[in-house]
Design a protein around this ligand. Structure first.
Ligand code: 5GP
Length: 133
């Protein structure tokens, strides 16, 4: 156990097995740090990414605590999963992304996940090209 903790620290790996209540998005949800709201309902919160990678870059997160896409899909009830998936189209409509957009979810260390609260990136506003350039 001690070995794994040290290894994770050494490799800067995030823990996506046990929810960390101090992660940035938990603070966004608690309004401890500001965010630019795009859409909100009882299950979902969508806000602008602080470091946009496209003209439009929004993060969509569930209000309940899930560490990753994997955690969300295995533990969230069907109503919450459905409402989350439907929120993507609602956000795209709000942002008038008629020409299309891309949805990404990074999972874990190799996936490049930095914030251990499940989120999807919704990117758009220009032709985004290939997935991995
Ligand atoms: P990940 O790498 O975990 O998939 O994505 C985390 C995203 O959160 C990054 O795109 C990063 O720019 C964004 N981010 C990190 N800190 C903040 C913050 O305090 N506010 C907002 N709005 N976005 C943040």
């Amino acid at each position: 156990m001690m070995f794994w903790k040290l290894l994770k620290k050494e490799l800067r790996m995030i823990d996506i097995e046990k929810y960390n209540h101090n992660n940035i998005f938990a603070k966004v949800l608690r309004k401890e740090i500001p965010s630019e709201l795009v859409y909100e309902d009882q299950d979902v919160y969508a806000f602008k990414d602080i470091n946009p990678q496209a003209p439009i870059h929004v993060l969509i997160i569930p209000k309940k605590e899930f560490c990753s896409l994997d955690d969300f899909c295995s533990k969230a009830n069907e109503k919450i999963v459905l409402s989350f998936m439907r929120s993507i189209g609602k956000v795209a409509k709000i942002l008038d992304l008629k020409d299309g957009y891309r949805v990404i979810s990074n999972v874990g260390h190799f996936g490049g996940q930095e914030v251990p609260h499940f989120h999807i990136h919704l990117l758009g506003g220009k032709a985004l090209g290939k997935l991995i350039g």
